[in-house]
Design a binder for this molecule. Structure first.
Ligand SMILES: C[S@@+](CC[C@H](N)C(=O)[O-])C[C@H]1O[C@@H](n2cnc3c(N)ncnc32)[C@H](O)[C@@H]1O
Length: 515
C-alpha cells in the first residue's frame, strides 16, 4: 500500500511513546507521531505532515482509549509547554521511561549484559518543583485559554464525553486555597500601566504555550509547584494588577516588569521572589515586596534583577535587595545550601536526595579514595561524597556555579574539596599532568554527554570505578558504548524519575574497569 498522504484520516493503534512524549502509531510500517496519544489508544488522526520516513498526525477522535489514559488534572494541559504526560497514568509514565533507557542502551549502545534496575519513582508526582519562572506580559501577547486550536487534551476530553471534564472549577478553588490569603487585594481599582494606558485587560503572569514562544498562558496555579508558591504567584499577579505596574513591551522598548521567578527552600520552606524588571525601580517594587511578605510569611527574600536588554531572559545584570535576605536556605542530603536568585539548585530536591543516594552507593567509598566530580555544577555531589573519601576535585565550566560550590563547601565546613573552573576536556588533562589520580570518577554531563576529548582524557585517567549520571539516555548509550570499547564493564543502570509528568529521563550507570 502507498505511503499515506498529508490530509489523510488514519486509523491508528498507538503502540509506543516517542522520546518527547508523542504517541507512535504505524500504517504498513510507516511511523506516525501523534501528539496527545498514549500507548493502548486506538485513534482516528489526520496526517498534517508526511515526510518520507515518518509523519505527524493530530487526533480527530479516540475510538478506544488506552487503559493507561487518565484525565489530566491541569486545565492548561495540552496548551502549556510545561507538562506533556499528565494524560498518562504515573505507573505507565515510569514504564515508558524505563523502556526508553533500555531501548537506547540496547539499540544505540549495543549493550546487553548489564542489570537494568527498576526505575525509582518520584515520591511526589505533582508539586515537586522548587523553582518556577513565569513571564509577565500584556494580554495581546497572551491567551486566557480556549482558542479552539488542535489541543490534544481538549480532543480527548471531548471524545470521552465529559467524563471528568466537568472539573475546571478545581483551578479556582485551588487558587484561593491553602495559601492563607487573608485579604486578597481588590482588583476593581486596578488601572494599568502606570502611564495611563487605557487597556483594561489585566496583566498576564504565566508560562509559554507549547510550540508557541510568542503566546503566554495566564497560569492561575501550576500543579508542579507547592501551594506556598501558588499562593505567591496568585498574590503577585493581584498585586501588580492592583498597583497598575507597567509591563515591558519589546516593540516599544518601554515598561517595567518582565519575569517573576519563585523558589522554595527544600526542608526549610523559605520562599524567594525574584522580580526581573527593566530598571532598578526599588521605590516602586519595595511596597509590592512588603505586601507579599505580609500575606505569605514564608517569604524570606525578595530581590530585583535588572535586565534592560532586548534579550528575553530572566537573568539580570545587577541585583537589588527588596526585602529580607539575598538568598534562601535549603538543605539536601544533610548539607545546608544558600541559594541565591541566579544560582542553580536541584529543582526536584526530594528526588535529587534519592538520586544522590544512588550515586553515593554506586561509588562504594571506603574513605581513602580521591574522587573526581566532572560537570560538578554547584558541587552538591562533590560535597556529599567529600564526607566519605579523602579528597574530591570538582570540574565545572560555569564560574558562577564554581563560586556557589566554594561557598557551599565553606557553609558546611568541608575542607577536602577543590573546585576547578573550565571545560572538562581542558581541565582534566591539566590535572593529570599535575599528577592527580582518582580511583572513582562521577560524571553528570549536560544533555550532549561527553565531548570526545573529555572522554579520551577520562579513559587515560582510567579510574577503577565510574559513575555516570545522565539526563539523556541517547548520549548515555553512546558514551557507555565507547567506555565499554575501552575496557570498562557496565554493571548496572538505575533510571530515576526526576520530573514526573514530563518526558525527561535521568539514569545512573555504574561501570568498573575490567581487570
Ligand atoms: C547536569 S548539570 C550537573 C549538575 C550537578 N551535578 C549539580 O547537582 O549541581 C551539568 C553541568 O555541566 C556543566 N558543563 C557543561 N559543559 C561543560 C564542560 N564542557 N565542562 C565542564 N562543565 C560543563 C554545566 O554548567 C552544568 O553545571
Amino acid at each position: 500500500m502507498a505511503k499515506p498522504r498529508r490530509g489523510d484520516s488514519l486509523e491508528l493503534v498507538i503502540d509506543d511513546l516517542a522520546f518527547g512524549g508523542e504517541g507512535v502509531g504505524r500504517v504498513n510500517g510507516y511511523v506516525v507521531f501523534v501528539r496527545g496519544a498514549v500507548p493502548g489508544d486506538r485513534v482516528r488522526a489526520k496526517l498534517v505532515d508526511a515526510r518520507s520516513r515518518f509523519g505527524r498526525a493530530v487526533i480527530e477522535s479516540i475510538a478506544t482509549p488506552s487503559p493507561d489514559r487518565v484525565e489530566p488534572p491541569c486545565p492548561y494541559f495540552g496548551r502549556c509547554g510545561g507538562c506533556r504526560l499528565q494524560h498518562l497514568a504515573y505507573p505507565a509514565q515510569l514504564a515508558f521511561k524505563e523502556k526508553q533507557v533500555r531501548d537506547c542502551l540496547e539499540r544505540i549502545g549495543g549493550l546487553g549484559a548489564f542489570e537494568l534496575r527498576p526505575i525509582l519513582p518520584a515520591p511526589e508526582p505533582y508539586g515537586y518543583r522548587n523553582k518556577m519562572e513565569f513571564t509577565i506580559t500584556r494580554p495581546s501577547q497572551a491567551t486566557h485559554g480556549g482558542g479552539g486550536l488542535a489541543d490534544p487534551a481538549r480532543l480527548t476530553q471531548a471524545t470521552h464525553g465529559g467524563g471528568g471534564l466537568a472539573d475546571p472549577p478545581r483551578l479556582t478553588q485551588a487558587t484561593h486555597g491553602g495559601g492563607g490569603l487573608a485579604d486578597p487585594p481588590r482588583l476593581t481599582q486596578a488601572t494599568h500601566g502606570g502611564g495611563g494606558l487605557a487597556d483594561p485587560a489585566p496583566t498576564v503572569v504565566g508560562l509559554h504555550q507549547a510550540d508557541r514562544y510568542d503566546v503566554v498562558l495566564d497560569i492561575e496555579r501550576c500543579l508542579l509547584q507547592s501551594e506556598t508558591m501558588n499562593a505567591l504567584l496568585d498574590l503577585f499577579r493581584r498585586e501588580i494588577r492592583a498597583r497598575g505596574l507597567s509591563v515591558y513591551d519589546v516593540a516599544a522598548s518601554a515598561g517595567l516588569l518582565r519575569f517573576v521567578s519563585l523558589r522554595e527552600g527544600h526542608h526549610t520552606g523559605e520562599a524567594m521572589v525574584n522580580i526581573v524588571a527593566t530598571t532598578p525601580d526599588v521605590e516602586t517594587l519595595t511596597p509590592l515586596a512588603e505586601g507579599l511578605a505580609r500575606r505569605v510569611p514564608a517569604t524570606a527574600s525578595v530581590v530585583l534583577n535588572v535586565n534592560a536588554k532586548k534579550a528575553s531572559v530572566a537573568v539580570g545584570t545587577e541585583e537589588h535587595l527588596l526585602l529580607g535576605r539575598d538568598h534562601i536556605r535549603a538543605s539536601l542530603g544533610g548539607l545546608s545550601f544558600q541559594v541565591s536568585a541566579n544560582s542553580f539548585f536541584q529543582t526536584n530536591a526530594a528526588q535529587a536526595e534519592r538520586l544522590f543516594a544512588v550515586v553515593e552507593d554506586a561509588c562504594s567509598l571506603s574513605g581513602t579514595e580521591t574522587v573526581l566530580d566532572l560537570y560538578a555544577g554547584t558541587g552538591v555531589i562533590s560535597l556529599l561524597l567529600a564526607r566519605r573519601c579523602r579528597w574530591v576535585y570538582g570540574i565545572e565550566v560555569a564560574a558562577a556555579a564554581i563560586a556557589d560550590a566554594v561557598r557551599n563547601a565553606r557553609t558546611n565546613g568541608i575542607e577536602n574539596c577543590t573546585f576547578l573552573a573550565g571545560e572538562v576536556r581542558h581541565v582534566l588533562p591539566t590535572l593529570m599532568r599535575d599528577g592527580v589520580r582518582a580511583e572513582v570518577v562521577v560524571a553528570d554531563p549536560p544533555r550532549a554527554g561527553f565531548h570526545p576529548k573529555a572522554l579520551h582524557a577520562l579513559v587515560a585517567l582510567g579510574p577503577g570505578r565510574l559513575v555516570y549520571v545522565s539526563c539523556n539516555p541517547a548520549t548515555l548509550a553512546r558514551d557507555l558504548r565507547a567506555l565499554v570499547g575501552e575496557g570498562y564493564r557496565l554493571e548496572w543502570v538505575q533510571p530515576v524519575d526526576m520530573f514526573p509528568q514530563t518526558p525527561h529521563i535521568e539514569a545512573v550507570a555504574r561501570l568498573r574497569r575490567a581487570p
